[in-house]
Design a protein around this ligand. Structure first.
Ligand code: G6P
Length: 606
């Protein structure tokens, strides 16, 4: 949460800095700011609201410095206000910060006792004061960062400029993402390579405890034991089309429509097109274990919930699924014979990363299913499978979710074969008939979304909505409800259809929307009976089914036939239909689907 960018160049950098944080708006968008050093002074502009408000401000009141830092904020300490927006300037120092300083209260008390005055409610301002004091004591900026970092508890990435030196930027990180890069005459830092990709082709990903001094054309990185180090370089690609909605009106809708192409890409990467063998050597270690724990947060957690059905049925592996935010604070029974799978779009969600580290400390092998392959989770896991979804900008996860599902389904098939639970021929059949059918089926759902559009508009003002499903459709019901909450702000809950009678039915009133995920499979009759019971009490059903289920579903209310698919492929078309329902409901209600209130895409704080 929060995005930081820093640049030093041979010309004024404020405009480029603002473009940089605009590319990081998925990390936070309630206020933004930029500061540069000009003629021995720090000058700063800050604005409440999206980064575009800051851009308008600097067009009216420009900054001329050639070295600067910028920030887009997701408020943790203090409301979104200009005073709380970064950079925070104290004396000779300006600071931007992503993460949390957990001991900021005690540091603030100490600084107040020393007569220091605070201009904001943020945890970040203590860092600016401490750095200013360290510089005033005569420490050079790199040593000051070291000394101050040792006083901080929490996870953070910090960028700093000082009025003493117009030709340098400084940064450090501790469990917070930070990348740096240089090219002749310039140097850059950012929370994510995407922010600086238009300027460089390679980035270095900093490790926990690294500090870096950036000058025009040079980087000096020192590690936590003060040794000068080189960090491996990774390629970054600048694709400006990734930063545009390309006529879809929103990133979310564009990303929903990218799903067939992502699924095709995954199919080509994971399976041999001729023999239909799976090429997923990363599952070898997990396949040798007796039990699996799958863990994640948010939408990725629902991907784990679904994958549990697949690992059990396709690989005969006992599985449990845990919210990472809970797993990390328990004393779970984990050890020999256990394997762990962590699922994350960003690879930097604080709770998932902490759970991964806890599991690793117990010697349990981990497989990370992750979209951002440069992320901390990808670096720290035993094995990694990239989900190949490409950058996802919409805060609500769509293509990253179906890409996670596809990866997990392929992994479960591969684990099944590795364990002798299925034969090579069975794998090839599943690849051809199941995995191979998914991209085109998703394309069909997208091509015929007019029905969904019409239905979704009726949800925009609903006080609540209920989602139900059974078996693998139950996690989908929860994911569908999460999507509607996230972007349409309609209170929605997903229930196991069999649980309706045990409480949720009391919520049903005349006209309560009830969305049923109900493919025509062995559970169809059971789920439909539950829908009928709710309809008899006034619920208005919208049943997502297929051609074989449509006739009976229509007798209860509204229904939609999605493509008929092999059982294991059905969740993909339902997932996409649920995304469209949420998107169109939010759009009908005039909501900003890409930037829902109070949320951010990368949750790097607990
Ligand atoms: C946030 C995002 C969700 C995402 C969750 C987990 O809440 O808004 O879309 O599912 O974090 O993120 P991860 O990057 O670990 O998948």
């Amino acid at each position: 949460m929060c995005g930081i960018v820093g640049m030093i160049n041979g010309h004024p950098v404020a405009g480029d800095l603002v473009s940089g944080i605009q590319r990081l708006e998925y990390r936070g968008y309630d206020s933004a700011g930029v500061a540069t050093v000009e003629e021995g002074r720090i000058s700063r502009r800050r604005a409440v609201g999206p980064v575009s408000a800051l851009r308008e401000l600097i067009e009216v009141v420009p900054l001329s410095g050639h070295a600067g830092i910028a920030h887009t904020r997701w408020a943790t300490h203090g409301s979104p206000s200009e005073a709380n927006a970064h950079p925070h300037v104290v004396g000779e120092v300006a600071v931007v910060h992503n993460g949390i300083i957990e001991n900021h209260d005690e540091l603030r008390e100490e600084l107040l006792r020393l007569g220091r005055e605070f201009a904001s409610e943020t945890d970040t301002e203590v860092v600016a004061h401490l750095l200013d004091m360290a510089l005033a004591e005569g420490l050079d900026p790199m040593t000051a960062l070291d000394v101050v970092s040792r006083r901080l508890r929490g996870s953070y990435a910090i960028g700093m400029i000082t009025s003493r030196d117009e030709d340098a930027l400084y940064a450090t990180c501790h469990n917070g993402p930070l990348v740096v890069a240089e090219h002749p005459g310039a140097a850059f830092l950012a929370s994510d390579g995407a922010a600086i990709a238009p300027y460089v082709s390679e980035i270095c990903v900093l490790e926990c405890g690294d500090r870096v001094e950036l000058r025009r054309g040079s980087l000096r990185i020192v590690d936590s034991s003060n040794q000068t180090v080189d960090r491996p370089r990774r390629q970054v690609e600048s694709r400006e089309d990734e930063h545009s909605t390309e006529g879809y009106g929103s990133f979310m809708l564009k990303e929903i429509h990218q799903q067939p192409a992502v699924l095709e890409r995954q199919l080509a990467a994971f399976a041999d097109p001729l023999t239909h063998e799976l090429r997923l050597p990363q599952v070898a270690t997990i396949a040798k274990q007796d039990q699996l724990v799958l863990s994640a947060c948010g939408t990725s957690f629902y991907a784990c919930q679904l994958a549990k059905y697949w690992f059990e049925s396709l690989a005969g592996l006992p599985c449990r699924v845990e919210l990472a935010s809970e797993l990390r604070y328990r004393s779970p029974v984990l050890g020999a014979g256990h394997g762990a799978i962590f699922v994350s779009q960003s690879g930097e969600t604080a709770d998932t990363l902490a759970a991964l580290r806890m599991v690793r400390e117990r010697g349990v092998p981990s497989l990370v299913v992750v979209n951002v392959e440069t992320s901390a989770m990808a670096r720290e896991a035993t094995d990694v499978i990239g989900t190949l979804a490409g950058p996802e900008h919409g805060v609500a996860s769509t293509k990253a979710f179906t890409a996670q599902l596809f990866t997990l389904l392929a992994a479960a098939i591969a684990v099944g074969e590795a364990r002798g639970h299925s034969t090579r021929q069975q794998t090839a059949d599943l690849v051809r008939t199941t995995l191979g059918s998914i991209p085109q089926a998703v394309e069909l759902v997208l091509a015929s979304s007019a029905r969904i559009h019409a239905y979704a508009a009726t949800l925009a003002d609903a006080p609540r909505a209920i989602y139900v499903g059974r078996g693998p459709s139950f996690p989908l019901a929860m994911e569908g409800a999460l999507k509607l909450k996230e972007i349409a702000y309609v209170h929605a809950e997903g229930f196991a259809a069999g649980e309706l009678k045990h409480g949720p039915l009391a919520l049903v009133e005349e006209g309560t929307p009830l969305i049923a995920v109900c493919p025509h499979d062995s559970l169809f009759d059971k789920t439909l009976s539950n829908v009928q019971e709710a309809a008899a009490r006034g619920a208005q059903p919208f049943v997502l089914t297929d051609a074989d289920g449509l006739g009976r579903a229509l007798k209860l209310g509204d229904a939609l036939a999605l493509p008929t698919l092999p059982r294991l492929a059905q969740p993909f078309v339902h997932a996409v239909a649920l995304q469209l329902i949420a998107h169109h409901a939010a759009a009908a209600g005039g909501k900003n689907v890409d930037r829902p209130r109070n949320l951010a895409k990368s949750v790097t704080v607990e």
